[in-house]
Design a protein around this ligand. Structure first.
Ligand code: NAI
Length: 349
């Protein structure tokens, strides 16, 4: 039997490295393409049994039809989030699987890194000291101990982030559409309504998926409820925050800091080098001017451990499908559930 063909979109050198290593155990024929997947590039996948896609590949109805015509049977996402996929359009044309968890620790630890950088001004201290300036003026930080952190989305990452923040001596407030009361009881976290979380938290860390319901969860109204020195950390998805409203609040000095690993319009910029080109996105450019805003380019997941796990699970998903016709990590378009299996699909239809 000839090797299963995989068209791998939006390839970066580190993807090739981790997937080539993992593929030693699978033997698939992988074609690495640098271009992102969308309706214009989808024909490049013709003849491939499987398409491997990432967070900024665009899978809409048109792309799905082109892939279907090209006989692609499976889209294997090498990420957890799937807000870039029109699941309804793809459903019953091509199966979509994802990597539900690779290293939730990587993301939660990055959230903590962004928070500590902001509260202790490490980014400013680093630049200052390298220029031989050892003045402390303007670098006064604040303790996290005894402060309140609001965790929005208490899934895998949110729970680990809570553990880390509890290690700092913080009190945990939580909001989730599906609260895990047992976890709350065990850890001392308190579930509250989202508005109350916004009012009471000194730090707010976002860990829910992006869905129509969570889009702009942090909007002008909720920003107005927050304490004026609140620090907002977003390692979830950019559009959880109405960025224009955030910029407005930052300009008024109503926000203590924002640590953003994701941005709602990141697609055109993140994962690419724009250092010698003018950034045309005025909102992103404005965000970059605030001393109390730190942006990292969607790198929260980016650890050796996570990359290895992503490659193993992605290729494992493909093997499960081609050898056993099972799809344990298929996404249900209807409920979008992280745990929805084929059997459950029937129930939620
Ligand atoms: P998870 O599925 O384990 O947890 C998500 C939680 O959000 C669940 O508890 C769910 O009940 C909750 N939720 C769903 N709808 C909600 C709503 N309307 N309001 C409030 N909560 C809601 O997912 P996990 O692994 O913890 O990941 C969370 C998100 O982090 C992913 O969806 C993804 O967008 C993002 N992510 C970001 C990465 C990065 O590199 N920056 C890497 C991996 C994930």
């Amino acid at each position: 039997m000839s090797a299963i063909k995989i068209a791998f979109f939006d390839t970066k050198p580190y993807d090739k490295q981790s997937f080539d290593k993992a593929n030693e155990n699978f033997g698939f024929a992988i074609t690495y393409l640098e271009t992102r997947l969308d309706a214009r590039s989808a024909e490049l996948a013709h003849g491939a049994d499987v398409v491997c896609a990432f967070v900024n590949d665009r899978l809409d109805a048109e792309t799905a039809s082109i892939l279907e015509r090209g006989k692609t049977k499976l889209i294997a996402l090498r990420c957890a989030g799937y807000n870039n996929i029109d699941l309804k359009a793809v459903w019953q044309k091509i199966h979509v699987v994802r990597v539900p968890a690779y290293s939730p620790y990587a993301v939660a630890e990055h959230a903590a890194a962004l928070l500590l950088t902001l509260t202790r001004h490490t980014h400013q201290a680093y630049n200052r000291v390298r220029e031989g300036n050892f003045l402390l003026n303007g670098l006064i930080g604040r303790d996290l101990h005894d402060k309140y952190v609001g965790i929005v989305g208490t899934g895998k990452i949110g729970k680990i982030a809570s553990d880390i923040f509890r290690g700092f001596g913080m009190h945990i407030l939580a909001y989730d559409k599906f609260p895990d009361e047992e976890w709350a009881k065990k850890t001392g976290a308190a579930y509250v309504a989202l508005d109350e979380l916004c009012q009471k938290s000194d730090v707010i860390s976002l860990h829910s998926p992006l869905t129509p319901e969570t889009r702009y969860l942090i909007n002008e109204h909720r920003l107005s409820l927050m304490k004026h020195d609140v620090v907002i950390i977003n390692t979830g998805r950019g559009a959880l925050i109405d960025t224009k409203a955030l910029v407005k609040a930052l300009k008024k000095g109503h926000i203590g800091g924002a640590g953003l690993d994701v941005y709602e319009e990141e697609e055109g910029y993140f994962f690419e080098d724009w250092s010698s080109i003018a950034i045309k996105d005025d909102v992103l450019a404005r965000l970059l001017t605030f001393p109390n805003v730190i942006i990292s380019g969607h790198q929260a997941f980016f650890t050796n451990e996570a990359l290895g796990a992503i490659a193993d699970t992605t290729l494992g998903n493909i093997k499960d499908y081609v050898e056993r016709n099972v799809l344990p990590n298929e996404i249900c378009y209807k409920c979008g559930s992280k745990d929805c299996t084929k059997e459950k699909f029937k129930r939620c239809w």
